[in-house]
Design a protein around this ligand. Sequence first.
Ligand SMILES: [Zn+2]
Length: 119
Amino acid sequence: MSGVVVKKKKLMKLIEREIKTVGIMIDMYCRQHHGGVTLCESCQELYSYARQRSLKCPFGEDKPACGKCQVHCYKPKMKAKIREVMKISGPKMIYSHPILAIRHLMVTRKEAPATGKRK
Ligand SMILES: [Zn+2]
């Protein structure tokens, strides 16, 4: 059974990294567009929403980047917001957090599993 535990740990690491990446991007976006030192209310909401969605992703280890996912588990409003954040902050990640950015790009290239089609 220890194999399952190892798999789970690896998955948690992946998800944590994704949440961290998203958090940094939202942070950059908010500072640039909303001018605050800390996350404004709406960006805070977006972050906790994104975090929740990542934790609940049905794909587990095969999780594709949310942008490529076929399930579209984001509400339309949140999806529009996160897209905007990625568009603005994504390219900047290369300079400020190159390793996270490259990893993110690698995940983004991964196709969603076939089972990811809508039910
Ligand atoms: Zn904001």
